[in-house]
Design a protein around this ligand. Structure first.
Ligand SMILES: C[S@@+](CC[C@H](N)C(=O)[O-])C[C@H]1O[C@@H](n2cnc3c(N)ncnc32)[C@H](O)[C@@H]1O
Length: 217
């Protein structure tokens, strides 16, 4: 993701009229921008609030996040967890483990967030849990695989969210001009649209957020 799909002035206005970023999330946002590669990957204030809202509306018992990065979206998604609820988050990059842990602690969520390090495709089948909310936000080439790994296991009524489904607007280009990742995202968008087990809406916020709900087996 390199350019801004929503005009910066509109994004800024939307942030101004959304609830404030918590101190912990603002600090995490700042530290990620100062110290970590590719800070553009962090969900940020506006999308973070959307994730928080969705989580608070669903009040999930178990959440699966694929792609922790520095833990911003994990904290947002954990906000709406039911009492005794748990969020499992997976990332292949072990270098960010300690930073995530320290922010989960600061947010008072360290007992509610379980961090897994490794390839998501290997870890997902090992987590023995019925999820009511899944957030796909890792390597774009494997979105289809993550979807296939979770969809059969989800109960009817569960939700799947997928980030970056506009892939910097590249999904609009002719196929020959699309990057490998954009092609993978386009194929994922086609696949989920054709899957009658889910209903979906694509929100053009940030880099595109796809919301799906499982309605049949
Ligand atoms: C876009 S970032 C996640 C951003 C985070 N969800 C947020 O909103 O703040 C994508 C993350 O996926 C991780 N990732 C890439 N390939 C992966 C894989 N095969 N398994 C698990 N994580 C992977 C990367 O290390 C990176 O931290």
């Amino acid at each position: 993701m390199t350019t801004q799909l929503i005009p910066a002035t509109i994004e800024s206005y939307a942030c101004d009229y959304s609830s404030e970023e918590s101190n912990v999330l603002a600090q995490l946002n700042r530290e990620t921008h100062l110290k970590v590669n590719l800070p553009i990957m962090l969900s940020g204030h506006l999308q973070g609030k959307v994730l928080e809202f969705i989580s608070q509306m669903i009040q999930p018992k178990h959440v699966l996040e694929i792609g922790t990065y520095t833990g911003y979206s994990a904290i947002c998604l954990a906000v709406g967890l039911k009492e005794n609820g748990l969020l499992h988050t997976i990332d292949i990059n072990e270098e960010l483990y300690d930073m995530c842990q320290s922010y989960f602690e600061k947010a008072g969520l360290s007992k509610k967030i379980i961090q897994h390090i490794g390839h998501a495709a290997e870890i997902i089948p090992r987590i023995d849990c019925i999820f009511d909310l899944v957030f796909i936000d890792a390597d774009k080439q494997n979105y289809h695989l993550y979807y296939d790994l979770v969809i059969d296991q989800l109960p009817i009524g569960a939700y799947i969210l997928a980030d970056n489904v506009l892939y910097d607007g590249e999904v609009l280009l002719e196929q020959e001009k699309q990057s490998k990742n954009a092609k993978a995202i386009q194929a994922f968008n086609e696949k989920t649209r054709a899957d009658h087990r889910v209903i979906q809406v694509l929100l053009p916020i940030r880099d595109g957020l796809l919301l799906m709900k499982k309605i049949s087996d």
